[in-house]
Design a protein around this ligand. Structure first.
Ligand code: NAP
Length: 265
């Protein structure tokens, strides 16, 4: 019988993960989702209450909001037995809090997925409660890798840093594409054509960056003729971009610290 994977809360991110696993060919019957609204999660059995679960989960995936953790944990902990791996995607809920709330679980795993898990090209750092439990890592690695790049991290710091580099990137890239499209419109392009051109240019460039094996500086150099147009553009971009990205990630990091403090209470 396949493993039973139970989502407690399955909104934006839970659904993205479920979509990725189904796309990878995972058995739809191995998933159940709890959603109080009863809104069905496409492709998998959805119930409104934990009380409706009839089969203990092998993997219990926490997919509600971090602020709900303390209120929901005692109900959820009943299902987190010594046969259950608790997988938490909750931002800001560190391993110490999870250990305290789910003391009987077989193991705890933190995951910080980004939205492209839905198309199996996500980045999803993983952190295990027992880094020495290599058997658990070997068991879970193929499952998480179905969703994209899934590295095991050595510390909360490494886990957090990968989350910051990758977690919000889909939003930042969406803004980047929209800004290029707007610039195209400003130069007289039809809006649909401008958006398609910008989106495909970003997709193709990312694809090339991922597959060519060249250093990023070399890729940029191949597009940059001396005294040419790209060189002129890069002079402006390079003056702003590193500082801008640093300030952007800094703001996200500060907000994460505030959220973590709220969870600790
Ligand atoms: N969005 C991201 O990019 C992202 C990235 C990494 C990690 N995360 C983490 O993922 C988690 C969910 O975020 P999200 O963006 O997916 O939020 P969301 O779309 O608001 O989903 C929250 C889910 O929790 C469910 N829920 C609410 N009350 C519940 C209860 N009492 N018992 C069980 N389930 C309950 C909701 O049910 P209904 O659907 O019925 O309302 C919904 O399915 C958060 O902890 C967040 O930190 C999100």
């Amino acid at each position: 019988m396949s493993k039973h994977n139970l989502f407690v809360g399955c909104g934006n991110m839970g659904q993205a993960m479920a979509a990725g696993w189904l796309l990878a060919g995972e058995d739809a019957n191995s998933f159940t989702a709890v959603r109080p609204s009863g809104t069905p999660v496409p492709g998998i059995r959805t119930v409104q209450r934990l009380g409706e679960i009839d089969r203990p989960p092998d993997r219990l995936i926490l997919g509600f909001k971090p602020q709900q953790l303390r209120d929901l944990s005692s109900d959820v902990a009943r299902w987190a037995t010594r046969d259950t791996v608790v997988v938490s995607m909750l931002a800001g809920a560190d391993m110490a809090i999870l250990r305290q709330l789910f003391p009987s679980a077989r193991a705890l795993v933190r995951v910080m997925p980004n939205l492209p898990v839905a198309v199996r090209r996500g980045v999803l750092p993983l952190l295990a409660s027992d880094p020495e439990d290599k058997a658990l890592q070997a068991e879970l690695q193929p499952w998480f890798s179905m969703l994209g790049f899934a590295p095991w991290c050595a510390s909360e710091e490494e886990f957090g840093a990968i989350g910051f580099v990758a977690g919000s990137t889909p939003a930042y890239v969406a803004r980047f594409i929209a800004a290029f499209a707007a610039a195209g419109e400003g130069r007289g392009l039809d809006s649909g054509l401008a958006l398609t051109a910008a989106r495909e240019a970003v997709l193709g460039s990312a694809w090339l960056a991922a597959t060519s094996g060249e250093p990023m500086a070399e890729l940029a150099r191949r597009v940059t003729s001396p005294r040419g147009t790209t060189e002129a553009g890069l002079k402006v971009l390079d003056a702003e971009l590193p500082g801008l990205i640093d300030r952007t990630l800094g703001a996200a990091t500060s907000r994460s610290a505030e959220l973590a403090a709220e969870i600790r209470g």
